[in-house]
Design a protein. Structure first.
Ligand code: FES
Ligand SMILES: [Fe+2]
Length: 460
């Protein structure tokens, strides 16, 4: 029996290997994490007109998201209230209603049952249609990015994002126009636990130089120096890592936003013109982030690379498999040519046949499947890199780590993971709002470091 309350040790910064393997752990994740968190659904640009819809997943549940006739967003479970058949098998489209293929029940774009065949003749007009709407799901949008939540007691999407929203605004607002996603998403199956890619995106600057050495050699440029972890680099000066209250986090490499793009004339021009506008709109700290390359995860299972601009959801399919969906982020105010260039470059590096992404597949799969061995599975995984070299920062909210190569964001992700896994409800989680960062005890890390730097500069 796995002890759910001991999966993560926030003191020693270790996690039980069972988190990648055990069915009971997975079942609890479905209930406590996917049942309670805001999960990414789509972008509003794919639901512009009344009647537009997309189908997607929330963990293993199939859902339909629509732009209803009154202009509002709606989301509901894609399963008929008659005998449970899935109602819509299209990826996207525009419709007045959804008709179940089995016996023909008809649902409107807000999930209400509006008609059934033979209602008078065979149901004798006694069917209570009002009680047979599709199961509805909370749906909210942040800067056009649409999320759904099964839990009525969960905080608003904005509160769930918390400080992470401040960071997201860097490019979701940017100079003012913001960003959108280009679909349809690429989709593929990978035989790994959903947390392996999530943790990789949230906080793994470490693997880049090793796993992606050959791709970096070929690319050269700003990131070429990372290949093989050979170069003498002042890692503490090249970026930071961040984690936040609800497990969202990222690492940033300064001045490297578009470094993965082999062809980038339009994007480079766009960045040059836009960075000063971002500074004006959002201030210097975020203008600096705007020009950095980010690896990120929005808790629990939505990851993206800002700069490279791939945007992914890792839909779990049991503890040992995921379905990966990938879109491309583009700034709305880019030229059409610039957008096309970004889409090509993002897909080339991090699409299904991505020159970097395909390096990672084996790491994801093997880190999961190795746990088939019961002796292997005993024991813990380590995420202690840079522990203690992190704390509150004067410019950046959340907990900020000293370098983009470190495991601050791993620690923050698994800290919240454990909190959700052991909490009985959102009230339990809210009760911890003031104390969540206690496991990052070096409160004065940045104060001391900045003071030391200033003293050093004065001495020179
Ligand atoms: S199962 Fe949908 S109409 Fe019967
Ligand atoms: Fe990678």
């Amino acid at each position: 029996m796995v002890d759910i309350n001991k999966l993560v040790d926030t003191k020693s910064s270790t996690q039980s290997k069972e988190v990648f393997w055990d069915q009971e752990v997975y079942d609890r994740e479905i209930k406590n994490i996917f049942g309670r968190s805001w999960l990414f659904l789509t972008h509003e640009c794919m639901l512009e007109k009344k009647g537009d819809f997309i189908t997607t997943k929330m963990a293993e549940d199939s859902v339909i998201v629509t732009r209803h006739t009154d202009g509002s967003l709606k989301a509901f479970v894609n399963s008929c209230t008659h005998r449970g058949n899935s109602i819509c098998t299209a990826d996207s489209g525009n419709t007045k209603s959804f008709v179940c293929n089995y016996h023909g029940w008809v649902f409107s774009t807000d999930g209400k049952l509006v008609d059934v065949p033979l209602r008078e003749k065979c149901y004798h007009d006694e069917l209570d249609r009002d009680s047979l709407s599709l199961k509805t799901i909370r749906v909210e949008s942040y800067r056009g990015f649409v999320f759904g939540c099964f839990d009525e007691t969960a905080p608003s999407l904005e509160d769930f994002l918390g400080d992470w929203g401040w960071y997201l605004d860097t490019w979701m607002v940017g100079a003012g126009e913001g960003a959108e996603l280009v679909g349809p998403p690429m989709k593929s199956i990978l035989k790994c636990n959903w947390k392996v890619p999530t943790e990789n995106f949230v906080g793994d600057g470490y693997h880049v130089g090793w796993t992606h050495a050959s791709a970096l050699h070929v690319l050269g440029g700003e990131l070429g120096g990372l290949a093989g972890n050979q170069a003498e680099m002042p890692f503490d000066e090249l970026g930071i890592q961040v984690t936040t209250r609800h497990g969202h986090g990222f690492g940033v490499i300064d001045n490297a936003a578009i470094a993965i793009h082999a062809k980038r004339d339009e994007y480079a021009k766009y960045m040059e013109e836009t960075i000063p506008k971002v500074a004006e709109n959002l201030g210097e700290p975020r203008a600096k982030l705007f020009n950095g390359h980010w690896n990120c995860s929005t808790f629990p299972n939505c990851s993206f690379l800002y700069g490279t601009n791939i945007f992914k959801v890792w839909h779990p399919r049991g503890p040992h498999e995921i379905e990966v969906w990938s879109w491309v982020i583009v700034h709305k105010d880019m030229s059409d040519e610039g957008k096309r260039e970004v889409v090509k470059q993002a897909a080339r590096s991090f699409g299904t046949a991505g020159t970097l992404e395909s390096d990672d597949g084996d790491n994801m799969v093997q880190s999961t499947q190795v746990n088939r061995g019961s002796y292997t599975r005993e024991g813990a995984m380590n995420s202690t890199m840079g522990q203690g070299y992190e704390g509150e920062h004067p410019d950046y909210p959340g907990i900020v780590g000293s370098s983009f190569i470190g495991e601050t964001s791993y620690r923050g992700f698994y800290r919240f993971y454990q909190e959700m896994m052991s909490a009985d409800s959102w009230d339990d989680i809210r009760a911890n709002d003031e104390h969540w960062a206690d496991c990052f005890p070096n409160k004065n890390y940045w104060k001391d470091r900045i003071a030391a730097k200033a003293a050093e500069a004065e001495g020179e």
